[in-house]
Write a protein that binds this ligand. Structure first.
Ligand code: ADP
Length: 222
């Protein structure tokens, strides 16, 4: 099923509103972080508390940065790139992360033509989808990352897990900022990913059932 892109207009509006207050919040956070680091050196006994405060501030900052990215309308550094090269370059990091969680990622790459890609952004989409796939996978399980030519005029990558699948009631809410079913989730990964794919003129496709989930990302080429 192709996911409806109309909701992206809504995302864009939310993003614009967010950017207004986001910048105003980030600056004081940075100031507080700086003073906490300074105080930490003066109170070594309380280091654990300072570290916790700093990591909480960093988490807030990450959420604001991701939310702010929803207001972007165009990829910043679009250039002819090969999806296989981008995936190959980031694969060791993905695999190391999977191994730390007693899981494995398998690569299955098909030769592809170049496409107009903002490498940093598409890397982020890949990381978000792989993280979700790993979260859905039991220890000892595998996630498959493939590239393929499936739609005319598009290059495609797919991330497949063997998790429990996504409930039909949930599918309609995917990509809504802050929608999460995870205790530690931000609910921003898919919203940010949909926005990036949309800005590339791409499409996202979902295939989910009790045997697992595949997200296909189609990016225009030629
Ligand atoms: P987060 O990962 O922080 O929850 P996302 O926007 O990336 O935020 O995902 C939103 C929700 O979509 C997840 O909480 C989960 O319920 C669901 N989801 C996304 N990918 C998968 C997947 N591969 N398998 C099962 N559920 C998924």
């Amino acid at each position: 099923m192709f996911l409806e892109m109309a909701r992206l207009d809504r995302l864009h509006l939310i993003g614009q509103m967010a950017s207004g207050i986001g910048h105003e919040i980030r600056n004081p956070l940075t100031t507080v972080r700086g003073f906490l680091q300074l105080l930490e050196t003066k109170h070594p006994d309380s280091k654990a508390h300072y570290d916790l405060m700093i990591s909480e501030l960093d988490r807030a900052n990450t959420i604001i940065t991701e939310f702010l990215s929803l207001s972007k309308t165009k990829p910043e550094n679009l250039g002819p790139q090969n999806l296989n090269r981008i995936i190959d370059a980031i694969f060791p990091m993905i695999q190391a992360h999977a191994f730390r969680n007693d899981k494995e990622v398998i690569l299955d790459l098909t030769p592809l033509p170049d496409a107009l890609i903002d490498e940093k952004e598409i890397r982020q989409v890949l990381l978000n989808l792989v993280q979700n796939a790993l979260d859905a996978t039991a220890a000892g399980g595998k996630v498959i990352v493939r590239t393929l030519l499936r739609e005319p005029h598009y290059v495609t990558f797919a991330v497949t897990d063997s998790g429990p699948g996504i409930h039909p009631d949930t599918v309609g809410r995917l990509g809504t900022p802050f929608f999460t079913t995870k205790a530690e989730g931000t609910g921003l990964g898919l919203a940010v990913s949909y926005n990036i794919i949309n800005r590339h003129g791409g499409k996202i496709e979902l295939d989910t059932g009790s045997r697992g989930t595949t997200f296909y990302v189609h990016l225009p080429c030629q």
